[in-house]
Design a protein around this ligand. Structure first.
Ligand code: SF4
Length: 439
């Protein structure tokens, strides 16, 4: 890379699905010889990959575009907010281009138009695994795009379209490249991981001479062979998810499931247009824990959805008590432009939303703290991530990066970043564990 290489500033906002889109664009930019620079003023142009999921994300995206326009002026906007091109164009009429999500080719066309590529991509190579925005030891693996659900609070299907799954051999090829590159943890992402393959009628494909169906179970089992941690995100509690729990108990994939339940009261789930029945979900969780006692469950919820009564909210708190989830995120409901839920009656006043949020968090903090206390004395494998003054920060199988807790490892001995270390848990608070290295 020479100093004369054209320089592109890149900002990646939003969820892991957007991160993967960014990785694809950056990989292509690097393959074509562009340089990625951290400061807007040093760049020849800037790409902003935006999020449009909730109003705060829209605001953050607009602020970032504003900053890029002020400090650089030559800006391409892509990602979920880019699907609302009129809104973006109205506010920033001088953008070079605006594209929707998952639009690597459109973004590259805009780049070529305004900042020609320096040389031939077949000569200048990037690592086989592409350019990743995540640390070297973990990577997101996107298995599908879009979603067949129509949750009333969400505009993702209108931004990203219906479910389009990648054939299983294509996904496994990428996983193989990641494993060969030394990645220690693969995080499977999509909008609905449990629906994987439904759009392809679970097509049979061949991988290393073996027939495999493009479906959730086959994928989980095949990914379990690479010797990396495999973590499943965005799974619905459908009956067929039961089949992967034994794979967790047998150590093929991590005993960790990220299931966004969003609520527990039937009228609210109905208004959200979400499947799910509180009692059946609780039965299912109990059965999963019988098969795989180490199973860790993470979820997210929305409080203050239009029409949520005190009784609905109490039911949600009771669900938390009964489900004893390990990791939980909570959002107060915020209207997203274009979402069907905006038309629902009986909006919850902001002050009440906040009050419910705090009651929810207090309840879950106590549950989470009690569950973490039980870890004291256990020995766990931890992926070492960051040095600290008194040792290192790491993550166990129970902790997804960015969203879950951490393990604080106290030690004077050097540990290798991005490698596994066995530790003994010595303490816990509401979110994190404390540990020392062990044999
Ligand atoms: S499952 Fe619902 S919330 Fe998730 S992307 Fe699909 S429509 Fe949106």
């Amino acid at each position: 890379m020479t100093d004369s290489a054209p320089k592109v500033g890149f900002v990646s906002l939003g969820c892991p699905k957007a991160t993967v889109d960014s990785e694809q664009v950056i990989t292509q930019l690097r393959a074509e010889g562009y340089q990625i620079v951290p400061e807007f003023e040093d760049a020849d142009m800037v790409i902003v990959n935006t999020c449009g999921f909730i109003e705060t994300a829209v605001e953050e995206s607009l602020e970032t575009i504003d900053e890029a326009v002020r400090e650089n002026g030559r800006v391409v906007v892509t990602g979920c907010l880019g699907s609302r091109a009129e809104l973006v164009r109205q506010r920033f009429p001088d953008l070079l281009a605006v594209t929707g999500p998952n639009a690597r080719d459109d973004v590259m066309q805009a780049v070529h138009r305004h900042l020609p590529a320096p040389h031939d991509p077949f000569i200048d190579l990037v690592p086989k695994q592409g350019v990743r925005l995540t640390p070297r030891h973990y990577a997101y693996l996107k298995i599908s795009e879009g979603c067949n659900h129509r949750c009333s609070f969400c505009i993702i299907p209108s931004l990203r379209g219906d479910l389009v799954s990648r054939p299983i051999d294509d996904v496994l090829d990428e996983a193989q490249v990641l494993a060969d590159a030394g990645i220690r943890e693969i995080l499977v992402i999509s909008q609905d991981t449990s629906a994987y393959g439904v759009d392809l009628a679970y097509a049979t494909r061949f991988w290393r001479g073996q027939p495999l169906q493009t479906r959730f179970y086959d994928l989980a089992r095949a990914l379990g062979q690479f010797g990396t941690w495999v973590r499943l995100h965005y799974v619905y509690p459908y009956p067929h998810v039961d089949d992967v729990i034994p794979l967790m108990a047998e150590g093929f994939i991590l005993p960790y499931l990220d299931i966004p339940f969003q609520h527990a009261s039937q009228p609210i789930l109905k208004a959200m247009k979400r499947p799910g029945n509180r009692d059946r979900v609780l039965e299912r969780i109990a059965r999963w824990r019988e098969i795989c006692p180490e199973l860790v469950l993470r979820s997210t919820f929305i409080v203050g959805f239009p029409g949520e009564t005190e009784a609905d909210f109490e039911e949600l708190l009771e669900f938390l008590d009964a489900a004893q989830l390990d990791r939980v995120g909570c959002f107060t409901y915020s209207a997203v432009d274009g979402a069907a839920a905006n038309a629902l009656a009986n909006p919850v006043p902001d002050a009440l939303k906040q009050e419910r949020y705090h009651r929810f968090m207090l309840k879950q903090q106590a549950i989470s703290a009690a569950r973490l206390q039980r870890r004291i004395g256990q020995k766990l494998e931890v992926l070492v991530e960051t040095p600290t003054q008194s040792g290192y920060l790491g993550r166990s199988y129970a902790d997804a990066p960015e969203i879950d807790g951490l393990v604080h490892i106290e030690t004077l001995d050097p540990l290798a970043i991005g490698e596994f270390c066995r530790v003994e848990i010595t303490g816990a608070d509401e979110y994190d564990l404390y540990a020392v290295p062990s044999r």
